[in-house]
Design a protein around this ligand. Structure first.
Ligand code: FMN
Length: 114
């Protein structure tokens, strides 16, 4: 019910300083075609401190693409990489392919700085 009505969840206090990191990678399940509530709360609270954001989600099969498009909006910046993993992906070779592509895209800007 909370997911359907987008009732905010309290984000736990971070054990890490978000602004110490070059890229924040957030992921979680799709709930009622929405981002999960703890992730939503985290983005809302800390997004101004994100240098780069990458997002992924797991889903049974519906809502992830739309959800990732909306999820980054409070941060005001586009995610540098997104990935939707469906249940059939996880049962197939697509899992490795998608994860490899996501990791390469996330790592690319950091490799330039080495
Ligand atoms: C309350 C709830 C709502 C969900 N809504 C969706 C949905 O809209 N679309 C979808 O594809 N999967 C939906 N799912 C399935 C989850 O996305 C899927 O179980 C999850 O990605 C797998 O991660 P987990 O093992 O952490 O649950 C929902 C699951 C729950 C519990």
């Amino acid at each position: 019910m909370e997911a359907i009505f987008k009732i905010p969840a309290a984000a736990k206090e971070s054990r890490h300083q978000v602004d110490d990191y070059e890229c924040i990678i957030l992921g979680g399940p799709v709930w009622a075609q929405n981002i999960s509530l703890p992730i939503r709360a985290f983005i809302k609270r800390d997004s101004e401190k994100f240098e780069r954001l990458a997002l992924f989600c797991t889903e049974y099969g519906e809502g992830g693409e739309k959800m990732l498009g909306k999820a980054a909006k409070p941060s005001g910046n586009e995610p540098i990489a997104t990935m939707v993993l469906t249940e059939p992906d996880i049962q197939s070779d697509l899992l490795d392919q998608k994860v490899d592509a996501f990791v390469k895209t996330v790592a690319a800007p950091m490799e330039k700085n080495l």
